[in-house]
Design a protein around this ligand. Structure first.
Ligand SMILES: [Zn+2]
Length: 359
């Protein structure tokens, strides 16, 4: 094995707590693994999106290694892994795979890796079943349900057509799901090598995303819940139109902020490792509150549909249909949260479209 050792500057421990610090400036190249803590190599895999990479981590686990997340399930990622296993990771035996959540960039190659290494496979129950759900989506009545959902929120039919035409994208990005799994549950403790990790799960970005916290070594694998530089997507989809995804996300952030010390090294699913988790959590919560205020102001002037609110919140962006779908999902997450909080009221229109007014 040929894993680069990084110079994680531990003086970050004494840094002012309101500051974000990025101890490793340069992420690993595609054929590289960089050790971010003793026995914890960090690998970065390419994604064919605007968000062009996902981070995965290995943790020394006795004679073998635990891998956290897999990359997306396409040929390019299989080629990247093959190169890594022949190069810097040669001789490495993966004995356990932990997948943080069911999104294709995290679970995509679970089937391929479990097959290759005959390793055990761990997810939370909800995320495993969510992955199972995605394996079979796209039936006619589900597509119709999505159409009705977007129609109710005032979305333009031509955009809806383009969105629904995308069809079975998920299945194209996931190799296959291992046929059984071991369950990880919130607050459970697991040993990985000499370390003990507490499993923490949280909703909002995914339904029950797994994070891992090692108090002794101050390491926090945050998955996509707390990212260094971007705000994780928090959306409501047609399958559960009244979900309070943003409420769940903010509850999870608040609980993480109470539980974690500020000097943990955060190892996120995208972006770069950082110190300053409480600062970052506050920035993320503030960002959502700013959006809620934009929505409240707009709905005070006159009741608005979610589709009419998209440009109010995403005014800095020119959105293609794919991005409009995500923007609408995010917008509805804010609206649903504000309904629960009593900050908005739904006004049903005779044509079945719903508008929101500020309370
Ligand atoms: Zn994700």
């Amino acid at each position: 094995m040929d894993i680069k050792t990084s110079s994680v500057k531990t003086d970050a421990m004494t840094a002012a707590s309101d500051e974000l610090r990025y101890p490793i400036e340069t992420p690993p190249a595609p054929d590289q693994a960089i050790e971010v803590a003793p026995g914890v190599p960090w690998i970065r895999l390419h994604l064919p999106f605007r968000l062009n990479h996902v981070n995965v981590y290995l943790v020394k686990d006795g004679d073998g290694w635990t891998l956290i997340d897999t990359g997306i399930g396409n040929e390019a990622t299989i080629a990247a892994w093959t190169k890594l296993f022949e190069g810097p990771l040669a001789g490495m035996k993966i004995t356990r795979l932990i997948v943080t959540h069911a999104h294709p960039d995290h679970v995509g190659l679970a089937g391929w890796l479990v097959e290759r290494f005959k390793c055990s496979f761990y997810m939370s129950q909800v995320e495993y079943l969510q992955a199972v759900y995605h394996q079979s989506r796209g039936t006619e009545d589900r597509v119709l349900n999505q159409r009705m959902f977007f129609r109710r929120h005032g979305m333009d039919e031509t955009i809806t057509d383009k969105l629904l035409g995308r069809g079975q994208d998920y299945l194209k990005r996931v190799s296959s799901l291992p046929p059984f799994y071991h369950r990880l549950s919130d607050q459970q403790e697991i040993s990985i090598g000499t370390r003990t990790f507490k499993v923490i799960t949280g909703g909002g970005h995914a339904l029950d995303q797994v994070m891992l916290y090692c108090a002794a070594d101050k390491l926090f694998f945050s998955a996509d819940q707390v990212l260094s530089k971007i705000s994780p997507n928090v959306s409501v989809w047609a399958v559960e139109p009244e979900a309070n995804a943003l409420g769940e996300y903010l509850t999870s952030l608040a609980s993480l902020s109470r539980m974690l010390p500020d000097d943990v090294l955060v190892l996120p699913g995208h972006g770069v490792p950082f110190f300053g988790v409480k600062t970052r959590i506050k920035q993320l919560a503030d960002h959502h509150e700013e959006r809620c205020q934009l929505i409240a102001d707009a709905c005070r002037a006159a009741p608005k549909t979610s589709a009419e609110l998209v440009p109010v919140v995403f005014h800095k962006h020119v959105l293609d249909p794919h991005q409009t779908g995500f923007a609408a999902g995010e917008l509805i997450a804010h609206v649903n949260y504000m309904l629960v909080e009593g900050r908005l009221e739904a006004v049903e229109q005779p044509d079945g479209v719903v508008r929101f007014k500020a309370v």
